[in-house]
Design a protein around this ligand. Structure first.
Ligand code: SF4
Ligand code: MSK
Length: 648
């Protein structure tokens, strides 16, 4: 076992070796025990929707094959695919719903642990939902907004307000004409489950169509609500310095890792963990203090708003426990490996589950209730402090850490590029039109032990930067970029082509912009809407020189994200193919025909550098179509150019 074949991250390599020496299993080991994985499952042609099955189709069979009910490979794979979308959209949207409920509680109560932190955003978002804002108190506006967003989940009439309030008009027209404008969030997810039941639809394109409607209800609905309401409730992010990788753990302090996805509990833990009384308690136990860090997207939430360091991304959750210095790993929902339960048993680490939706064998459950948020957060921090004295020895913490700047949003990119007093996307559009920036790419998504950890993200991002493509990133991809130093402003000079490098250095931004967690992929959608609205790059997102990618994806949420980018007009490249390759017509539709219907399409490419070049080719073809490649000749910046770019 060569750790370099498992991870490109030095801190992770060190911990992988330690796990091997200690005889502890991790995700890479378990993947090996699973090999060879089921070919039918991989190709998407296994069905167990009813008990006449399970049925499977041999994709290499001479004769056409059918399940017992007569379903062919395209039907089976399409049903499986859209069920993945249903699950992914449900996960994001349920996160949005929970944040919206907390928001409702906050605006309706006079004595609550949460309060509105961003009044300006409250008014902006409320206005989009058609709520009167002039002359009204924040609490009144907030009450109306809470009701409006909560009704998006279950309403029976009309279409999503946000699907009309945020995307460019030309994009809305595409959806209307194709018949995929989402009606309500829950309804689209439920309808997938209905349509894929035995004996309902078998037309693979019609099945995908419902998948599209549900994923749009996720990206422009549930995820967007999660982002917008979190900004209002917990504060909109602003560029902030952070440290990243396992080296942020401190052997002298009480280490608490917040892991999962939602900000509701973690935001309160951030506040209470520095209360003098708790710090004193920690000192009385012999610790230097309380050290909070994050894992996966809860990390991104606390990093974006508070600069809390990131211990790692998805494949580092077991490695963090292996350091032996984690007193408590507190988890909420999503991307939490069940393996943590038994692994924590081998150490003093307490795994604490907090959501009734997520209980794990071997974990202690302290149920989180928003109306007692501070009290519960204190209880968890105290438990960690008490556990400090149970630690055996100094532990083994890898030294590797990096620093960077995160905290970019649709709104503040506006000011970074256009200046505080004349915020505008104009300089970004102008630099794309004049060719200094060739285009933009969203590189997002998970880790997957089938790819060398972080390598796919980093190789792809570096190739894009070298070719003057600006990168925005979320989720575990953003953490990978942060750990590799790509979120330092100085990275522009090292990794970017001359055009992008010059723009980044002039404006003072890193070449990879961290825009948040998985639900914050909705920020990328609204950034694209703003670029279209700014003018000069076409009328629709599908005309923009942009592309998306998930080079190490693994979760069903990534399928929903990928599909909502495709359905919003974005060419999207993923490494591990969607499990559809056993269904020829469906595969051809997703990678070709779908473009005629929604403007975007999928591509599958495991080699991250080749994948980057597919994205670059696409970006250049969009530039050609816009007629802006003619204006691409290089020139040195004169003072006038620099003035146009500088931050006021
Ligand atoms: Fe087999 Fe059809 Fe039942 Fe699927 S739905 S398990 S293909 S009989
Ligand atoms: S945490 S969904 S592993 S990005 Fe959002 Fe990372 Fe993927 Fe989970």
């Amino acid at each position: 076992m060569d750790p370099k074949k498992r991870s490109s991250d030095k801190a992770s390599q060190e911990m992988i070796s330690q796990m091997a020496e200690a005889g502890q299993q991790n995700a890479w080991d378990r993947l090996e025990t699973q090999l060879p994985q089921c070919g039918f499952g991989k190709l998407g042609v296994c069905c167990r929707i009813c008990t006449m099955g399970p049925c499977r189709i041999d994709p290499f069979g001479e004769e056409p094959q059918f399940g017992v009910c007569g379903a062919d490979a395209d039907t089976i794979a399409a049903r499986n695919l859209v069920r993945m979308i249903a699950s992914g959209a449900a996960a994001h949207s349920d996160h949005g719903r929970d944040v919206a409920h907390t928001f409702k509680m906050a605006v309706e109560s006079d004595n609550c642990d949460y309060m509105i932190k961003d009044e300006l955003k409250l008014r902006e978002v409320a206005a989009r939902y058609g709520i009167k804002v002039e002359g009204r108190e924040s609490k009144e506006i907030g009450t109306d907004l809470a009701d409006a967003v909560l009704s998006e989940f279950g309403k029976q009439d009309g279409t999503l307000v946000s699907a009309a309030a945020y995307p460019p008009p030309a994009r809305q027209k595409v959806w209307e004409e194709f018949g995929v404008t989402p009606r309500s969030i829950d309804r689209e997810i439920v309808e997938i489950m209905h349509r894929t039941h035995i004996g309902v639809g078998s037309d693979y394109k019609n099945l995908v169509k419902q998948g599209i409607r549900a994923c749009l209800a996720d990206g422009w609905g549930g995820s967007l609500i999660a982002t917008e309401i979190s900004d209002i409730l917990f504060g909109s992010p602003w560029p902030i310095r952070f440290g990243a990788n396992l080296g942020v753990l401190d052997s002298k302090e009480v280490n608490i890792i917040v892991h999962g996805h939602e900000p509701t509990l973690s935001d309160i833990i951030v506040a209470v963990s520095q209360e003098p009384e708790l710090v004193k308690m920690a000192e009385a136990k012999g610790a230097k203090g309380i050290n909070l860090s994050g894992m996966c997207c809860t990390a991104n939430e606390t990093l974006m708003r508070h600069g809390i360091p990131v211990a790692g991304n998805f494949l580092q959750q077991e490695l963090a426990v292996m350091t032996g210095v984690v007193e408590v790993m507190v988890v909420d929902v999503q991307c939490i490996m069940p393996a943590l339960g038994s692994l924590c048993d081998c150490f003093h680490t307490k795994l604490i589950t907090t959501s009734p939706k997520c209980k794990i064998a071997g974990a202690e459950h302290i149920e989180f209730h928003e109306d007692r948020a501070v009290e519960i957060a204190r209880e968890i921090v105290k438990l960690a402090i008490e556990n400090f004295t149970n630690r055996k020895g100094e532990g083994k913490i890898p030294k590797a850490t990096e620093r960077g700047i995160a905290g970019f949003t649709t709104e503040n990119i506006f000011h970074h590029l256009g200046g505080r007093f004349r915020g505008s996307y104009r300089p970004l559009n102008d630099n794309i039109i004049n060719g200094r920036i060739r285009g933009a790419a969203g590189v997002v998504g998970c880790n997957n032990p089938k790819q060398v950890h972080d390598y796919g993200h980093l190789a792809m991002i570096k190739e894009l930067l070298k070719n003057d493509v600006l990168v925005v990133s979320t989720g575990c991809s953003a953490i990978a970029a942060g750990k590799a130093g790509l979120m330092r402003p100085e990275a522009a000079a090292k990794y970017c082509g001359p055009g992008l490098g010059e723009v980044c250095e002039t404006v003072g931004i890193p070449p990879v912009l961290h825009v948040g967690s998985c639900v914050d992929n909705s920020r990328i959608l609204t950034i694209l809407s703003n670029v279209v609205a700014e003018g000069g790059l076409g009328e629709d997102i599908s005309e923009l020189p942009v592309a998306g990618a998930a080079p190490e994806w693994m979760s069903e949420k990534a399928v929903s994200i990928g599909m909502y980018f495709v359905a919003s007009g974005v060419y999207t490249v993923i490494a591990e193919p969607l499990p559809v390759l056993g269904a020829e017509n469906l595969t051809r539709y997703l990678t070709e025909g779908i473009e005629k219907d929604v403007g975007g399409k999928w591509a599958f490419e495991r080699d991250p550098v080749k994948a980057a070049h597919l994205m670059i080719e696409h970006i250049e073809s969009k530039r050609d179509a816009l007629g802006i490649n003619k204006a691409a000749e290089r020139k040195l910046y004169d003072m006038e150019d620099r003035r146009a770019l500088s931050v006021e």
